[in-house]
Write a new protein. Sequence first.
Length: 718
Amino acid sequence: MPIVSPNVPEGEDGTQRRAMLDRYLDRVLGKTEGFAHIAIEPAGTDRFEQHHYRWPGKRDEMVDTMIRESEMSNVWICPMVLATEKRAEGTGVDRRILHADLDGCGLREGWEDLGVWIVESGTPGHFHAYLELDTPVMDPRAYKGLCRAFGRLLAASGKPDAKIVDNDLLRPPGTRNHKPGNDGRTVHMDPRRTGQTRTAAYVVRQYNRRFGASETVDSLTDAERGGLADTIDTVEPAPFDVSTYPRLHAFEVPPNPDRSEWIARACEAVRVAGLTVAHAKWFIARFPDLQSRVERDRSIGRDFVEYTWHSLDLDSRPTAADKRAEDDEATRVIMGDTETAARDENLRGASAPVCGLPDDWTVSDAAAVGAGILDGTHQRLRPDRLIRKDDTALLYSGRTHSIYGPSGSGKSLLGQYVCAEALKAGDRVLYLDFEACLDDVCWRLLDLGVTVEQLRRFDYIHPETPLSSTALKAWTESLGTYGVAVIDGMTAALTTWNASGLDNDDVTKWHRAVVEPIAKRTGAATVTIDHTPKPTAGYSGNGFAMGAQAKRAVLTGASYELKPLKGRDFRVGGVGVVELYCEKDRHGGVKAHCGADKLAAVVEVSSDDEGRMTVSVWPNRGELANADLESLAGVDATHAQKVAELVELLDRHGIDPGFGRDRAKCELLTLRPDFGAKNSVWSAALRQRRGRSEVALRVADEVHTPPEDAFEDNGFGD
């Protein structure tokens, strides 16, 4: 057979070479988390240097190195993300890409029909071939056998068995080949690549068709053949009988659907059934509305089903045993076998348990919870952390919260104060710090009165690399009980996970993967520290943290905005004051004790010349001023005194707390025309009275519910 050589362009600049390398990395490494490995050999030397990079977090750094070094050196890459920093065989994370090194073997006619794509390595007649599988190969022995079979299937002559394991090194496109005689020729990726996805069974069938069964047996070692057989046995070719999968059989798409959402739902249903992405493509094609979206993306070179499938969390994929149990159950249902249901008449009509589903999809016993509420076993959730001077708490244990405000407003200080109070109470504290360092936090805690002995219960972590979903789940499950958990620096944390704080989906996924498990697992009042947009002195706020609205929507506890008072900044040897406004309270236990303007607390921080701090959390500004006016070094005592005087006058003359400023002014000045005050004094006084009145009404309503006839003959008529 003649050798078919790909037609490749010449004469690229650095930008074009980087673009080629980026396309290659997107294809072979994708978004799989782990370590990428490269090797560098300076031209004309025998020095061989290996390097590893955290993938995908250090992608840009690795690409810069590869392009720069390839100007004068040979560069290779392992075309698979590995699980370890050592480039060891069998450590591949996602063995989805088959590869073959076809140096001097050529390509047989019809290679394009197999769905492979080709890299020309810079030496005439030397090629690398790649093929993407629809499902990762779990057994490294099977992967080795498939790579061997794949290479021999493509080769026009010879047996290309040099590169058949998951830790091989190959030349990536965009780099240069500095072997003698190549003169730094650029490594190219064939522009005619088809990039089709195949099954492992397809590769084996094509191999057997070309060489026959005897050649297959002779070509693979016993270990490779055994692992390959196990792999092939788990692959079921599409199309398939949907009626044998109850959830897929019942799957319906509504009219005018959100196509992206319903494609994701379809992929998830197919995944839970234990099937593959090939099945998902065939299944989705049955729904014209969904397939139209797939075809639209295909026209621009994007496989939307592949993209959606690989975005799913595959860690909870059911085992083969789960799948067999589900199939057995489906067979009994389809064949009319009701024996199982007849065993317990009491469960007739209830949802039957489904094999293969995660525990969080099982039906919960609402009746038991309701009975527990009535008999007092289940207590209503009340806030119990960050306690004000009036013994009202602002944070809920086991729930997630957010504290946000402009830079320098004391967000981290407030979070550390909550930690200090928990440590003093004997609790353990978890602190994930994405912005500062351990020295800074320890200084702050010691200044807040924490002892070294108490710091032994302070678990500090400074993450710089993201955890995979599997590692993250294992880490959260290893946590013990905490009283408080603080995640300081939400923007930096999201960036660590390559997530955007502007994207609602990214924020929601990150919160559910990182923040919620900490709160649920440890029982801690969990607090994220975040910023508000455009921080300026005297920032008035808009009730939201910077970025996506989901930052507040996903919270299971409460959210607070810090508003610093102008001229009351925190400083050593002074007194700082900030107001804390409750913008969300899912359980209502905090807002019942807030004013109409949502003011939840006024935080006063007094510092001596050595930096030692005393923190007081007051219910409102009026109480702060009345408590100790002279202690507010920098707080306008005249203003506070005027507010207190006005409140006393309004109370004495019975002015309705519900009146607005102009109405209240008119009423009071009719009685006291000699009293004068600025509008800011009036606003502060009315806000204080209104908040106090609402709290009193709520308390009174809880203590006493009037009888039905209490409103009869009230003198106001019908």
